[in-house]
Ligand binder design. Sequence first.
Ligand code: ATP
Ligand code: MG
Length: 240
Amino acid sequence: MEQPLIRVKNIKKIYNPGENEVRALDGVSLDIHPGEFVAIVGHSGSGKSTLMNMLGCLDVPTSGKYYLHGQDVSELEDNQLSEIRNKELGFIFQGFNLISNLDARGNVELPLIYRRLDKASRRKLAEEALRKVGLGERMNHKPSEMSGGQQQRVAIARAIAARPPVILADEPTGNLDSKSSEDIMKILMALSRSGRTVIIITHDDDIAKQVKRVIRIKDGKIEKDYLNENGQSELGEREE
Ligand SMILES: Nc1ncnc2c1ncn2[C@@H]1O[C@H](COP(=O)(O)OP(=O)(O)OP(=O)(O)O)[C@@H](O)[C@H]1O
Ligand SMILES: [Mg+2]
């Protein structure tokens, strides 16, 4: 068996230890293999974003282990974590987090600075990513000049421009109409088919149904971890 890309072992995240403690994650273990397409679902407050922050190396667990590509990242220092984030991970945040006075191209180029690429290479990767999400004609538009669905696509382009192996998205279709949601899912599925590992958080059952593997979180624990017959992923479509 291939080594898992992500291996989480008995992770706990406890806020305010003591009387008023919140067990945001209470003993979560899971493996995710390269090329999997995974949806994390659960009620508000169940621990989804906390789990995403751990997987995305934005935060470290109170206890437990996290191995990314076999490397123990659960006890790394901030600067080591940010190095890993830059190399391995692409984030799509809810609410886009675009910079309003930069156009689409500028928004996608910006994080590439941390990859120590020169300006011409940054521009090339940014334009390639924007074309991939269907915004080749909107590169000079600022966020205020684009629809919500288009802004979300800029956020996706920004996440994928550096070609990270893992893409993490917190409610990528939240607040979008059904046509825009469909477009976003098509882009994520294409990324999954191209071998990227895609992990999304969603409240939307219709979205979760389209994804091959669903992990349901309740009270900081995994309640269910199952495969959808009709869901898509690189693994699911590779019939052998
Ligand atoms: N910094 C913090 N300090 C204390 N408690 C926190 C903190 N961050 C999150 N929590 C608590 O941890 C629990 C899990 O929060 P989390 O943000 O992971 O939920 P979620 O599943 O993403 O919810 P939603 O669907 O509303 O986004 C919640 O009870 C929340 O109040
Ligand atoms: Mg959340």
